[in-house]
Design a protein around this ligand. Structure first.
Ligand SMILES: Cc1cc2nc3c(=O)[nH]c(=O)nc-3n(C[C@H](O)[C@H](O)[C@H](O)COP(=O)(O)OP(=O)(O)OC[C@H]3O[C@@H](n4cnc5c(N)ncnc54)[C@H](O)[C@@H]3O)c2cc1C
Length: 434
């Protein structure tokens, strides 16, 4: 009897999921578990739990995954506690697991558990696949370990390469009769947010987006702070893997064939390649994604000021625009790319805060939190990552004039400026080189 265990993480879907499809075809029974990432916040010694919006969104996504599994006489299980290795060890023993599958995860902490399982149970067959990226190591025209230090050479090397076509929905074998060690997933239906969650809604969102003309003007609208269809808003469904980037690429290509390709449709591809770059960047740099000096050896001249950090988190800084952005983030769990850049630049440049505090706060609040995109982008802005110009400093007054000239966004998110930054004098800190 072959017993399979599938570990869902950021691949919450049954279609275009090669690791799941392969595992399902090789076993007689299958146990489907979602690995909660809660303990990873503590692993990185950052904030301890996801925000309300992030929690709601995860719950919605898992509910949808559970429903897809139920339609195939399967169920989604959760580990009872956060001691994941201990809990999995018990299941492996009691259920006599012979095969384990998962999608490759770019996160350093997330990889540890997988490596530990392989060490502890060498007799088990392990099946993993790259399905949250456009490419796999052997279809990338450059070696993943020789990833260029900045995006442009990577983009030039890969942009003409066609990713593999998405594969069909996995057909799952039944679950074992009794699994007492595991808790069945139960949706908390008392709260929800209005964002497409799970595979069916993700496919619907994809179709609806390409039924509009939005893709034809994406390049001109993508920098907006608010409004409808100014960007794709695919990030939450991508972050949980309710959809694969290859499915998006396929839909984009079909759209271009039917409606015509232009600079804007190309730019959606360009942005998907940014996501791809940061994925391979995280895999290459491992724990350095979370180091103060980033992947460079240059230590930023920033520090930690609790009062400033709190004011930034709560949207009580001297910048009305930054405050509006932080209010939108903490209320909804999603902000535009331009808003993320402005808030991050303000955090590291004006407030001179350690960029990792900002990244951890985003991690806690974003419904589309993605370890590679989040920490990679923060490193980029802080000047310790992939930016060949050595970091980005956005002029907040100019940004406001360009992207919120009439103050509509500020009004919408009640971004009143708080005149005083510090109640104490911080002059001379951090120390200047002399
Ligand atoms: C400080 C900071 C933190 C960020 N944290 C995250 C995060 O945790 N999760 C996340 O998915 N994105 C993150 N981004 C990238 C980007 O802001 C979001 O992907 C984008 O705003 C999501 O909106 P959208 O889906 O409408 O994007 P669109 O503009 O429609 O782009 C389409 C897709 O391309 C990808 N993409 C676009 N821009 C980027 C980028 N700069 N880096 C990587 N991928 C990109 C996303 O998958 C996105 O869904 C961050 C950016 C910054 C500056």
């Amino acid at each position: 009897m072959k017993v399979g265990l599938y570990l869902f993480e950021n691949d919450c879907r049954l279609s275009d999921n090669p690791a799941l499809t392969t595992l399902a075809s090789q076993v007689d029974t299958l146990i489907c578990i979602y690995l909660p990432t809660v303990n990873l916040w503590t692993a990185r010694k950052a904030q301890c739990s996801p925000s309300f919006a992030a929690e709601c969104y995860r719950n919605q996504t898992l509910n949808a995954l559970h429903q897809s599994l139920v339609s195939q006489q399967q169920k989604l299980y959760l580990l009872r506690d956060t001691a994941q290795l201990k809990a999995l060890t018990e299941i492996i023993h009691t259920q006599q697991v012979t095969h384990i599958g998962r999608t490759v995860h770019p996160g350093f902490d997330e990889q540890k558990l997988w490596l530990k399982l392989q060490d502890n149970f060498p007799h088990i067959q392990y099946i993993s696949a790259y399905s949250n990226t456009l490419f796999e190591p052997n279809s990338l025209p450059i070696s993943a370990s020789e990833l260029p230090p900045s995006f442009t050479p990577f983009r030039k090397a890969v942009e003409e390469v066609e990713p593999n076509s998405p594969i069909a929905t996995a057909q799952l074998p039944p679950k074992p009769n009794r699994i007492p060690e595991l808790a069945e997933f139960k949706a908390n239906s008392s709260y929800s947010i209005k964002v497409a969650a799970g595979e069916a809604q993700a496919q619907q969102q994809l179709q609806q987006y390409f039924q509009t003309d939005a893709a034809l003007t994406y390049k001109e609208t993508r920098n907006a702070l608010f409004g409808e269809h100014f960007s794709t808003r695919f990030s939450p469904i991508l972050a949980y893997g309710a959809i694969s980037p290859r499915q998006i690429k396929q839909a984009l290509t079909q759209f271009e064939q039917q409606r015509g390709a232009n600079e804007s449709t190309y730019w959606i591809w360009f942005e998907l390649l940014w996501r791809e770059y940061f994925h391979w960047y995280a895999l290459k740099h491992q724990h350095r994604l979370f180091c103060f000096s980033g992947v460079k050896t240059k230590t930023p001249k920033t520090s930690f000021y609790p009062e400033r950090f709190l004011k930034w988190c709560q949207g009580r800084t001297p910048s009305a625009l930054v405050n509006a952005i932080m209010h939108e983030l903490t209320k909804t769990g999603w902000i535009s790319n331009r808003a993320r850049q402005i808030a991050a630049s303000y955090c590291v440049n004006e407030l001179q805060l350690d960029w990792r505090c900002g990244a951890a706060f985003f991690e806690q609040h974003l419904i589309d939190y993605d370890v590679a995109a989040n920490w990679g982008n923060w490193q980029y802005i802080a000047g310790v990552g992939a930016d060949p110009r050595g970091g980005r400093h956005f002029n907040i007054t100019k940004q406001q004039a360009l992207f919120d000239p009439d103050g509509e966004y500020i009004k919408l998110w009640q971004g009143e400026a708080t005149p005083q930054l510090d109640s104490q004098d911080h002059v001379g800190w951090p120390l200047e080189d002399n």
